[in-house]
Design a protein. Structure first.
Length: 214
């Protein structure tokens, strides 16, 4: 863990748009997972909500125009706030599943998260749909209807943002094959991020999530 962190928005103006998109979707995932984590609290909640609002407003802008200094500053702040949130609240199944895919396929972490997050939102909505209502409201989505409907709306919106910034729609382009799923599931279940996932994971459920994301 660093003793000092420096956030420099000018750095983002030199980053390739593809990398900005990947990192931005990772920041978004930090917000969502920290907010519904079993270890969340009032401080991490406020940081996550403020961060996800910033990502939703500015990520696409920065990907489209890397020289947009306002978007770069806001994304830097969003990344910092999300980092403070998940450092204290930890994460969940998206990151637990993403880590072994990244190691096995040498694929970009943010792109993997972008594919997995909508599936994990729907999976976790069985036990924490109200948290997803708060997150949906923070990015301006309608919160009409029951909590599960809103969670589905959030999952669709996350997938839509990923598509607009150029993220893959499935794990297959990232190198995952059907024969990898048992191995990936074993490693995901052993990942420390899984301990704070709001829904208790079972091997069959995690494998099903991987399969749905193929």
């Amino acid at each position: 863990m660093p003793d000092l962190s420096v956030s420099d928005p000018e750095l983002l103006t030199t980053v390739p748009a593809e990398v900005t998109a990947q990192v931005g979707m990772d920041v978004l995932t930090h917000c969502v997972e920290a907010y519904v984590s079993l270890a969340h609290g009032r401080m991490t909640d406020s940081l996550a909500l403020e961060s996800i609002s910033g990502v939703w407003t500015h990520l696409e802008r920065l990907v489209d125009d890397p020289l947009d200094k306002v978007a770069a500053e806001e994304m830097s702040l969003a990344s910092l706030r999300a980092g403070m949130a998940f450092t204290n609240a930890i994460l969940g199944a998206t990151h637990a599943m993403s880590h072994p895919v990244g190691g096995h396929c040498d694929a970009p972490h943010g792109a993997i998260n972008a594919v997995l997050l909508p599936h994990v939102i729907r999976y976790n909505a069985e036990v924490c749909a109200d948290g997803f209502v708060d997150l949906a409201g923070a990015i301006g989505l309608s919160t009409d209807g029951n909590a599960r409907m809103v969670a589905d709306r959030l999952a669709d919106a996350v997938a839509g943002l990923g598509a607009r910034v150029g993220m893959p729609e499935s794990l297959e382009p990232l190198g995952v094959r059907l024969g990898d799923l048992d191995r990936l599931t074993t490693h995901a279940l052993a990942d420390s991020c899984m301990t704070t996932n709001p829904r208790r994971p079972q091997a069959a459920g995690i494998r099903d999530l991987y399969a749905a994301a193929l």
